[in-house]
Design a protein around this ligand. Structure first.
Ligand code: LLP
Length: 401
């Protein structure tokens, strides 16, 4: 991924910065398009994973829709040129302003998670003289076999309508004049590496469909299975593009559809995760009592996943790509005044010195978008593989004089 030429380019740049491999993004999108197109599945890219303009532009050009979880994401999708007919709006607590904005834009569907919110959408629909399309986000009680902060389909999670309330919600919604029930929606979690939770989800959906039809003669126009497909963080190079064929093939095999029903997905991480790397410079190798601390110029403000979830990303010293001996152990940490500002402990790397460049891999999803300016740190810069020839200015210059 990092050629000598690229390294020579990086070394002259101010760090830290996110580097995006746009060829890999293109290839991933091509594979995704092919694999989903085979079954006529609709993919709404989950903007929350990465809302970088240049990346969104390419995703839009492939014709994918958008999954948004805030009014500003809906706005971003619209401004990017994604047709409102391809925009879905999820989230457990949409404000009145956000609801109003999305109604005005006539988006494809609100994914709603409570009768309380649907009542508010109905009121706004009434005031605006619009029939608003709504899908019910149901909580299917499925263990997604992932990190506890990344699971969303269990009863203890705040997300979704419990299946036990389904009757009550349907009966209520049927009374609402400005709501059109168009679909059912699920999102069971993120970074899901096993397909078994999805098989379980398909089986649940099959039985929910039976109930909806037998009791209410309802056949939802669409079924949205959310996102969640995981990526290989341990060994990114062995799996730069997730196996979309296997994913969609498994769904196709287990989900029983009724006539004219369409399946939708909201994939985020699997689309952009492997495309980004955070490039950082080693500030110091600090000797501890019984540890070696590798202090980087990137910290938790640039990539919060390790501090927030204990997430592990592959860390590579790209200044020593050909080093034969990898026998030094480092705790790789950031410069922020927080003990949780650590990327990983006991990382085996070649002997590293001040000034070396380090790549923190698989940071295309939930990396740049979660940047903060805690301790008034500057935001990291960005570099795109296909702009390198032309771009002389980025990354940013330090404000310090
Ligand atoms: N749809 C809904 C309703 C979601 O809440 C999410 C992610 C997605 C789709 C996209 O899921 P994906 O395909 O990316 O797994 N910040 C965390 C991940 C939080 C995911 C939240 N929801 C992380 O860094 O791992």
């Amino acid at each position: 991924m990092f050629t000598k030429e690229l390294y020579q380019y990086f070394i002259k740049k101010e760090t830290p910065f996110y580097y995006y491999d746009m060829e890999l993004l293109r290839e991933s999108l091509e594979k995704l398009k092919q694999a989903s197109g085979k079954y006529n599945y609709e993919v709404h890219y989950a903007i929350k994973a990465n809302a970088n303009d240049y990346i969104l532009e390419m995703i839009k050009n492939f014709g994918f829709g958008a999954d948004c979880v805030s009014g500003n994401e809906v706005k971003k999708a619209v401004e990017t040129g994604i047709s409102p007919e391809k925009i879905v709006f999820s989230g457990v607590g949409k404000s009145d302003n956000e609801i109003l904005y999305a109604i005005d834009k006539s988006i494809f569907s609100f994914n709603s998670e409570s009768i309380e919110e649907i009542e508010v959408i109905n009121e706004w629909g009434n005031k605006k003289h619009k029939i608003v399309p709504v899908s019910l986000r149901l909580n299917p009680d499925i263990d997604a076999i992932t990190h506890k902060y990344l699971t969303t389909g269990l009863p203890e999670n705040k997300f979704g309508i419990p299946l036990q309330f389904l009757d009550n919600v349907i009966q209520n919604v049927q009374q609402m004049e400005n709501i059109k029930l168009v679909g059912i929606h699920f999102h069971i979690g993120s970074q899901i590496r096993e397909l078994s939770p999805y098989i379980e989800l398909c089986e649940k959906v099959n039985s929910i469909q039976d109930v909806l039809f037998e009791k209410y003669k309802i056949i939802p126009d669409h079924i949205n299975l959310g996102g969640g497909l995981g990526i290989n963080y341990e060994d990114p190079d062995s799996e730069l593009i997730p196996d979309f064929n296997n994913f969609f093939g498994t769904i196709h095999q287990h989900l029983k559809l009724r006539k004219n029903q369409k399946i939708h997905f909201e994939l985020g991480r699997s689309v952009v995760g492997q495309v980004g790397s955070l490039i950082s410079r080693v500030l110091y190798i600090k000797k501890g009592l019984n540890k070696n601390f590798m202090i980087l110029d990137a910290g938790m403000t640039d990539l919060i996943r390790p501090a927030l979830y204990g997430a592990q990303h592959k860390i590579q010293n790209i200044s020593k790509p050909e080093a034969q001996i990898i026998n030094y152990k480092y705790d790789v940490v950031g410069p922020v005044c927080e003990s949780s500002d650590s990327f990983d402990d006991n990382v085996m790397l070649p002997m590293t010195s001040r000034g070396d460049l380090v790549a923190i891999r698989s940071t295309g999803a939930y990396g740049e978008i979660m940047v903060s300016q805690y301790t008034l740190r500057d935001k990291p810069g960005t570099l795109y593989s296909d702009k390198i020839k032309f771009d002389k200015s980025i990354p940013k210059k330090s404000n310090l004089k």
